[in-house]
Design a protein around this ligand. Structure first.
Ligand SMILES: C[S@@+](CC[C@H](N)C(=O)[O-])C[C@H]1O[C@@H](n2cnc3c(N)ncnc32)[C@H](O)[C@@H]1O
Length: 229
């Protein structure tokens, strides 16, 4: 659990005012803390009370309730809440924003006993344990530099079991070109799957997400399985 010390454009579009791109760990952390600080949960475009696309793919894996699951760049997503409700007992949510994680902790209350909330950078993640499923909605698409994507894959490989599952969702080819004022990379299913060469594609899905202010955003998602060995 996190301890106690520990932009989005509300009402507008995802275009933002063109924030300077945070390229190092310190500025990334400050940027994302600023995005969450002082906002209500539905003050960010990606908010959804039921993360249907993610839940559908996670449920389809049939993972046992004791199998460990990690949600990276979890923000204040309700994914962990829904997984707790389904009986999952070993859940970790990682995010750069302490404010976002604190919101999750307060929302979960006693139900959050089996949920570890960890402020950390997914580009340099060292949790010292591994997971049966890695979930990411709307983080990978911020990685516009090849080196960042290499760092992400290194974190993924350090934390996912052989044969582990990967669920990644990004903006689709007809989705917005920016998010929180930052440039993003849009992916087709095939392009997204090709980003993870050590994995085989199991399933694809997509959704037209409605932001809290009614704008449509196309999401692409893949479920992949790590090739053992
Ligand atoms: C677009 S939001 C998506 C949040 C959540 N996955 C959801 O679907 O509601 C991106 C989230 O990733 C976090 N984030 C961005 N870069 C990160 C990084 N390098 N490491 C960890 N978290 C990061 C942000 O703080 C933010 O909460």
């Amino acid at each position: 659990m996190i301890d106690d010390h520990g932009s989005e454009v509300s009402g507008g579009t995802d275009g933002g005012a063109g924030s300077a791109r945070p390229a190092d760990a310190g500025s990334r952390s400050a940027f994302w803390e600023g995005v969450h600080h002082g906002k209500d949960v539905d003050g960010v475009s990606w908010w959804q009370s039921v993360p249907g696309l993610s839940l559908g793919l996670v449920d389809s894996t049939g993972l046992g309730r004791e199998e460990p699951i990690i949600d990276v760049g979890a923000g204040w997503s309700t994914l962990v809440d829904h997984l707790v409700e389904r009986g999952h007992r070993d859940l970790t949510a990682v995010d750069l924003s302490v404010t976002a994680l604190r919101t999750v902790r307060e929302r979960l209350g006693d139900a959050g006993e089996g949920v570890t909330l960890t402020p950390a950078d997914v580009l340099d993640l060292h949790l010292g344990r591994d997971y049966a499923l890695w979930h990411d909605r709307a983080v990978y698409h911020f990685l516009t530099e090849p080196g960042e994507r290499d760092d992400y894959r290194a974190s993924l490989e350090r934390h996912l079991r052989p044969d582990g599952r990967l669920v990644v969702a990004t903006f689709g080819p007809d989705g917005p070109t920016t998010c929180s004022g930052l440039p993003i990379v849009r992916y087709t299913h095939a392009e997204l799957a090709a980003e993870f060469p050590g994995f085989e594609l199991v399933d694809t899905a997509g959704e037209e997400h409605r932001t809290p202010w009614g704008a449509a955003q196309q999401f692409t998602a893949v479920l992949m399985r790590r090739r053992a060995g």
